[in-house]
Design a protein around this ligand. Structure first.
Ligand SMILES: Cc1ncc(COP(=O)(O)O)c(C=O)c1O
Length: 383
């Protein structure tokens, strides 16, 4: 028996088409995009461009050239933040954000003399729009927020915060790591200036893929921090200023992007509502049963509709790492214990420093998987 319940870290399994597309690239195509005029190089360029279009469709975005590919969302957030941030800016984020947002901002505070405010979320992991508005100052120029928490699954009110950003002329960057592929993430409706994404979680693509989409307004003030060969303007020793080349230096992860292309087509054929419905169903069984289990504390909101497929629990009498280890060792159930790269989120939920046991089902899990997991937890904590 082998049950994978760590989809918030990376989704598994992937749709079979993903590996097939990567295999096809590695065995039958193999060439770099934008570096040759022969047919296999053109085919690589075509698939990469088509993948930009699929990303546009997913995020209701209209400029494929403004889709930038990166190895993951951590790189995307670092490149975005470091390319745009200016000294003396006041920047806002939240206490539920991941280290991929917090660490680049803390570093910018040290290196660039910016002011940083971390707005405290509720003990259920929810951000208040009023609290964000109260934190805005005359020099607030940037808000960076995760759409959904990787610890509590709480979905943040980004549409209202986007409106605040518009009203106060603030740039708005969204970390969609836990929402893309599961929730609608609409660039226009959210009033976003950039959305960073990772390919290997809800998008069901391979590791090593991700990127960001960027508005013209934000791109205008961005100075890329990585430059080099782009296959364009090769006679010049200075870097091109047009997109996507401005941010995409060096050889692309073409096998990964071929896999991501297939994953995005799979998502489109299934529909993200179907995926969210399935995850809601599995999570509500988990939340209901675990809430009624003696000695188990379920953290965050109780309704699966208000959260993504992430259920964090602690035990009155057991260490989360011990239960996670035993679930794998004795029952073949893969979960994750600890702080999940979001220390402030645990301080917010009251689960710092020991962290939580995180169960994150995905589209390919079944109700049987969930019942087996619940029974296994019961057996471990009553013996
Ligand atoms: C909310 C959030 N942001 C960022 C990341 C980092 O993702 P990646 O490792 O793909 O860069 C994660 C991954 O756990 C996450 O959950």
């Amino acid at each position: 028996m082998s049950i994978y319940l760590d989809n918030a870290a990376t989704t598994f399994p992937k749709p079979p088409e993903v590996a097939e597309a990567m295999f096809n690239f590695m065995n039958n195509i193999g060439s770099n995009a934008g570096r040759g005029s022969y047919s296999s190089s053109l085919e690589t360029s075509r698939i990469i461009y088509e993948t930009r279009e699929l990303i546009c469709e997913l995020f209701n975005f209209s400029m494929p050239e403004n889709v930038i590919f990166m190895p993951n969302i951590t790189y995307s957030l670092n490149i975005l933040i470091n390319s745009i941030i200016k000294p003396n800016w006041h920047v806002i984020t939240s206490s539920m954000d991941h280290n991929s947002v917090l660490r680049p901002l803390y570093k910018a505070r040290e290196d660039m003399n910016i002011e940083l405010d971390i707005v405290q979320c509720s003990s259920q992991g929810v951000l208040s729009v009023e609290d964000v508005e109260k934190a805005i100052k005359p020099n607030t120029r940037l808000i960076v927020l995760s759409h959904a928490s990787n610890i509590a699954g709480s979905i943040q009110p980004l549409q209202e915060i986007g409106k605040l950003c518009r009203k106060h002329n603030i740039f708005f960057i969204i970390d969609s790591a836990q929402s893309a592929g599961v929730l609608p993430v609409d660039f226009k409706a959210l009033n976003a200036h950039a959305i960073a994404f990772t390919g290997h979680k809800g998008l069901l693509g391979p590791q090593g893929t991700g990127g960001f989409i960027i508005s013209e307004e934000l791109n205008k003030i961005a100075v890329p921090c990585i430059v080099g060969g782009t296959g364009s303007l090769s006679s010049s020793v200075t870097h091109p200023d047009f997109l996507p080349d401005k941010f995409e230096s060096g050889t692309q992860n073409s096998p990964g992007i071929f896999g991501l292309n297939a994953a995005l087509k799979f998502l489109k054929s299934i529909g993200i509502e179907t995926i969210k419905d399935k995850e809601d169903k599995l999570c509500s069984i988990l939340i209901n049963d675990l809430s009624n289990m003696e000695g188990v504390i379920v953290h965050g909101l109780k309704s699966s509709k208000d959260r993504t497929g992430v259920v964090s629990i602690t035990f009155e009498n057991f260490d989360t790492s011990e239960i996670s280890f035993l679930l794998d060792h004795e029952y073949g159930i893969m979960t994750r214990a600890g702080l999940h790269c979001a220390p402030l989120a645990h301080k917010t939920l009251g689960t710092y420093p020991s962290g939580t046991l995180r169960l994150s089902p995905g589209y390919f899990n079944t109700e049987e998987d969930i019942h087996y997991t619940l029974n296994s937890i019961k057996k471990l904590i009553v013996r």
